[in-house]
Design a protein. Structure first.
Length: 256
């Protein structure tokens, strides 16, 4: 198994995703016109798929020990993902509570319902603000574990059944998301039923999981392309310059 060393090009892609997320939030705070909306569409179409594609790619590169059980995997990912989620959510709730109390004392405006909705969004794992990403990533990794556990060693027909069922569920998730976004503007679900909350969760997770699965299966061609570029860099060294890394070649040998 490949050790979890830093891989530069993965870090670069994550950095691009972070920059696009920041840029998208800045654009979202500006006045909307056709150019701003088009830029927002481009940012949103790239920024989040990058992270889920990379999660699938890293599942392939850094395979866990096949003997780990689903329960142990869930415990491990809960500690790594859900613990920070709840910690940051409590900070978020505390800040909102402070702001609400200040408004109540200074200008006599009661917005305590905001804190109530923050608590609901936290404990339903819907996520307060941008924190929605963490529970989605948690469920995505569980789905990928179930689909890809010991994937190379299971019969081809079982693989096909697993992937076919998942593809159908992903299309269902896309249509669910479109319908629920129409029903609840920008997915503001504060007055939604438990069923609608659950369906929105399913929609988010299924769509995000499809990107992770694509990332998993595109790992080999991506690493081949990176290793080819490294070989070109080696040729340049032989003719007088450059500083190649053997990282990508090691990855290629690992995943092929």
């Amino acid at each position: 198994m490949l050790s979890r060393e830093r891989i530069e090009w993965i870090d670069y892609l994550k950095a691009i995703g972070i920059i696009l997320v920041s840029f998208g939030h800045i654009l979202g705070s500006l006045s909307k016109d056709i150019y701003t909306n088009n830029l927002l569409l481009i940012c949103y179409s790239i920024e989040l798929p990058i992270f889920f594609l990379l999660s699938g790619l890293q599942i392939k590169l850094f395979k866990k020990n096949a003997s780990i059980t689903l329960v142990d995997f869930i415990k491990k990912r809960s500690k790594r993902i859900l613990w920070p989620f709840f910690t940051m959510s409590l900070v978020y709730i505390g800040l909102d509570l402070f702001i609400v109390l200040c408004k109540l004392l200074i200008i006599n405006v009661n917005q305590i319902s905001l804190v109530y909705y923050d608590v609901i969004d936290t404990f339903t794992l819907w996520g307060v603000g941008a924190l929605w990403f963490l529970p989605v990533l948690f469920f995505v990794e569980i789905i990928c574990y179930i689909l890809l556990y010991d994937y190379e060693n299971i019969p081809v027909n079982i693989r096909c059944v697993k992937i076919s069922v998942f593809v159908m569920l992903s299309f269902l998730g896309i249509h669910l998301g479109a319908a629920l976004e129409y029903k609840y503007e920008a997915f503001l679900l504060h007055d939604a039923s438990i069923i609608d909350y659950t369906l929105c969760h399913m929609s988010r997770v299924l769509v995000a999981s499809s990107f992770s699965l694509i990332g998993y299966f595109m790992t080999l061609p991506v690493v081949k392309a990176i290793s080819y570029m490294q070989e070109v860099k080696v040729r340049k060294i032989l003719t007088g310059g450059g500083n190649p890394s053997c990282n990508s070649w090691m990855l290629y040998c690992h995943v092929k």
